[in-house]
Write a protein that binds this ligand. Sequence first.
Ligand SMILES: [Ca+2]
Ligand SMILES: [Ca+2]
Ligand SMILES: [Ca+2]
Length: 314
Amino acid sequence: MVSVNAIEVDIAPATLNVNNNAGECITAYIEPSVVFNDNFDDGDALGWQVILGTWQVLNYEYEQIANWYIPGARSFAGDTAWTDYVLVAKVKITDDGWGGLLLRGNAAGNTYYELYLQRGGYLQLTKTVAGSRTWPGGVWNGPQFRVYVGSFADQWWYIRADVNGNNIRGKAWPVSGSEPATWHINWDDPEAAPILNGRIGLITFSWSTTQLPVYFDDVLVTEDINGINVDTIELWHTAHNHKITDVIPGSGLFGDHDGDGIPDLTIKFDRATVANHLRGEGITSGDVELTIKAQGFVDGSDSVRVIAKGKATF
Ligand SMILES: [Ca+2]
Ligand SMILES: [Ca+2]
Ligand SMILES: [Ca+2]
């Protein structure tokens, strides 16, 4: 994982009446932390390392303009120690060429997974180790690693990738459209040595300058929360270091509840259990900090204001 402490936890409602168990659930939102983003709106590409190609920032976008076929023009950013993360970026390919994302790149820039739009309307996954290109599963253009997603020439598209252990997933869709609910590519790297850590990058291929530039923008890396075992999530009373309750089984929902483009997780706890617990500790007013714990993966807190209006109803 990239970092866990910055994960934002929002517990709702913010006010808890411990003498009234009306309302069934307390809802918590786990929003992963942003670990890297670049929209090039400051006009530079500081922090990026070009391995091949001619990359420049123009019109607040990052573009590659030199003609390179395999191994591809590459520019990297981030930290080679990163392990699991979600990377999303916008790409626009001139004419009908190639362009996309690199995942888990090493310091030399010659080992990584490649997830890119491939001429003809495909999303393609490949793997390069020490400069040697391999094909997932040993299959050249194997159907599960080369999925038709639609014509993308001269249009902005999103590519999203999720790397979690040896599981690599990817999807692509037009910026003018909506994100597909399912992944186009979902592969467990079964090889003896999957690439388990590395920085992010961008890659382009072209046969001629008519397929250039390839443009990129809005590169965003977030913590990967998809690996959380939702059923093990617990709610704790921070100050007393007591566990209050477990998550309501089956209540976990991966989505984007606040529509900020960052996938998040919604979970629910039984409201009466929480109210009873706090009332049992003699807490009838004031702010109480609650902590969400999930196997050490998430350890985030938020405060609720406890009030005791009216008479006890339980
Ligand atoms: Ca921009
Ligand atoms: Ca910059
Ligand atoms: Ca969100």
